[in-house]
Write a protein that binds this ligand. Sequence first.
Ligand code: NAG
Ligand code: NAG
Length: 405
Amino acid sequence: MRFLNSLLCAASLPSLLFAFPNLPFKTSKRWIVDSTGANFTYIGVNWPGAADVMIPEGLQYSSIESIVSKIKSLKMNVVRLTFAIEMIDDIKDNGGDVTMEKAFQKALGTSQGNTVYQQVLKNNPQFNATTTRIQVFDAVAAELAKQEIYVHLDNHMSKGAWCCGTGDGNAWFGDTYFNADKWKRGLQYMADHGKKWSSLISIGLRNEFRKPDKAGSSLAYNWQTWYTQVTAAADIVNAANPDILIFLSGLDYDTTMSPIPGAGDLGGGKKFQLSNFKYANKLVMELHNYQNSATSCDSMKSGLWNNGFKALDASAVNQMPVTLTEFGFSQADSSYNGVYASCLRKIIPEWKAGWTVWVLAGSYYIRSGKSDYEEVWGLLNHQWTGWRSNSAINGLKAMVDASLK
Ligand SMILES: *[C@@H]1O[C@H](CO)[C@@H](O)[C@H](O)[C@H]1NC(C)=O
Ligand SMILES: *[C@@H]1O[C@H](CO)[C@@H](O)[C@H](O)[C@H]1NC(C)=O
């Protein structure tokens, strides 16, 4: 019986019924559906690639294949892969993308950069001295597709660095490094480039808008500016790649999209109305939540609902899917059992909303000037060889199972 089942599964059923990747995806009211009309819920993890080196993290400790296998073992179906606009600026303005060798040298210094680069090659022998950063993204996307995991691209930063602060120059349109035109060009480039990736389903326009410390050079920090910039970028992305879903993120570190579900006044006579978009069935809302010291799940729940999840409800003017693309907590203590983690583990699957947890890492190439930075929020240990905490991972597996139901 078992033999027969596995024979059937291996041979005929997958190709007929579950022909990954079933692209393109679209939305249908509050659901995301694949090309066969089946519901799809994002269940995944963030894989950072937008820090100083601008290469997906972990490759000095592991092969891409092995990292992807770990994601697969959790039964996750998507990776939120982050990138920096600076990579595309280099491609467009500075004579092409830089090699991974140069990228490591630039971010870590020549000597340490060389050491780390050699470790990357040792673990990932398909790369060589001509391999560029974007070719590493290509390789990550190819392996994810091979293991039947979808890619959601996320523009995390303009300048490649750890994110996010109000003083990091990447907070808002016109901030020190946040050139709105280059941002749109970068999104256009990645949306187009991603057509080569067989499992790209979506792109997030920008991670965590926030009010910049530096006043003056920035555009006004408000919903009106948000609307103008975000809809212009969405138009560009949709023209570059009409197949992919476009994730819209909100203000205050993407903790609020409160005026969007009800099509509230955004200022200057602007209102967000799905019916105004030719590609309304490609738009998804994303929110982040880091209320790590919460003491009441009820209050978290009503906060998340009012800040945007109520777009899931049939009563919303703009009924649409909402995905929690970031939440996370230390894997080095019992946070997985606290109010915050337990609450999200319960309510997000109950709402049948998608999610991607922060973060697939054990350590970073470099963060905030410190190389080989230990990431205690990372699901993996420092050397990316195994889980940081089996208890925390079991909690995450419970959330996966609840969402798959
Ligand atoms: C998607 O899931 C919801 C809730 O379970 C259900 O009502 C809806 O019919 C599903 N859609 C499809 C196409 O299966
Ligand atoms: C070097 O790496 C690139 C990108 O990873 C690949 O396309 C190319 O075939 C490789 N060249 C050699 C000689 O292996």
